[in-house]
Design a protein around this ligand. Sequence first.
Ligand code: THU
Length: 160
Amino acid sequence: MKELEIKTLIKVYTYEELSDEQRMLIDKAKESTSLSYSPYSNFAVGAAVLLANGEVFCGANQENAAYPSGLCAERTVMFYANANRPNVPVKALACACYTQGHYTHRPGSPCGNCRQVLLETEHRYGQDIEILLYGEDEIYVFPSAKSLLPHCFVDDDLRG
Ligand code: THU
C-alpha cells in the first residue's frame, strides 16, 4: 500500500493587495450579481471571465421553477464566453455572491459541476485559469481550475 497526497495552495488576499487586473475582474463579478435571476434562493452569484485577448464576459446564476434546470453563474459565463469566442483561451474567472443585502463575508466556491466545466476549458487550451473568489473579509486566489479539482477526469481518461 502507498499513499498519495493532494495539496492545494490557496492564496488569501485583501482587495488592496490584488493587481489592477484582478481588482477589475472582481469588480465586474460583484456588479454582475445584479444580473442574477434567483427568486428561489435569493442568492445572487456574479461571475466575470477575462479572455486571453483582453475581453471580459459577465454572467450570473439563472434559476428555474424546475430547480435543476437552473444554472450557476460560473457555467453561465463560461458557456457564454466559449460560445462567442470559441478559439480564445480564458485567463481568469472571478465570482462574488450577494445575499440578504450584502456580499458574503466568506468567498463562495464553485460547485463540482462548475469546476468540471472550468477544467475542460483549461485543458482544452492548455492554459491555466486563475480563479478569484470574492468575500468581503478575504479573497481566495487559486492558480488554476485543476487546483480546485485535483485528481480530475479529462479527455485523456476516455482513451484508457
Ligand atoms: N450558485 C452559483 O451560481 N455558483 C456557485 O458556485 C454555487 C451556487 C447558485 C446556484 C443557485 O442559483 C444559487 O446559487 C443557490 O445555490
